[in-house]
Write a protein that binds this ligand. Sequence first.
Ligand SMILES: [Zn+2]
Length: 230
Amino acid sequence: MSISPKTMQAAILTELKQPLVLDEVEIPSELAPGQVLVKLLTTSICGAQLGEIEGAKGADPYLPHLLGHEGVGDVIAIGPGVTVVKASERVVLHWRKGLGIDAKPALYRWNDKPLNAGWVTTFNQYAIVSENRVTPVSSTLDPEIGALFGCAVTSALGVLMNNAKLKLGESVVVFGVGGVGLNVVQGAALTTAHPIIAVDLVDENYHRRGDRRQYSMPDRGKQALHRSKP
Ligand SMILES: [Zn+2]
């Protein structure tokens, strides 16, 4: 089936350590089996993308390419075989594999040349995403909060549940209260860990997290962060 729109604005990484290039990108005219076309509402930026831009892992053989792996959007169209989502449903876009087909990455074009993209990208107005990188959510979910479920929240809970295997009443120290670390604190509070100690070297970051905890941190986590204030 053919799809519209034909083009979109996207932020493209063309060179390491350089600002992203905002430009018009061609969207493939058809969806392959297992692919989903999503109109993005929000995206987060994760440390992984900052690392990609800075070349933290060395040379990048995929340049130029699109970026981003956590966002919220609305499904515009689905490709053959897709069963996890329907058109018009709201979804979280995530990098971890979920349910459904592991489709091939989209073949975008920019300046008449192929533009690389993985199974999910979110620094673009639209995204052709593999079915197993989207999960339907309530249309009432705040898209700014929902985007964090694509990486920060799930990475944090995965660390607690699968790696640390945190149990009721155990204590936790969290080094670095960034996007993932803050959610580790919240997840630990939900598990009634005690005490929860958050450590961050950057005062400025601490104060930013401090504002956020006012409305998002369960009481116990809030108290724990307060106690750890330098
Ligand atoms: Zn991430």
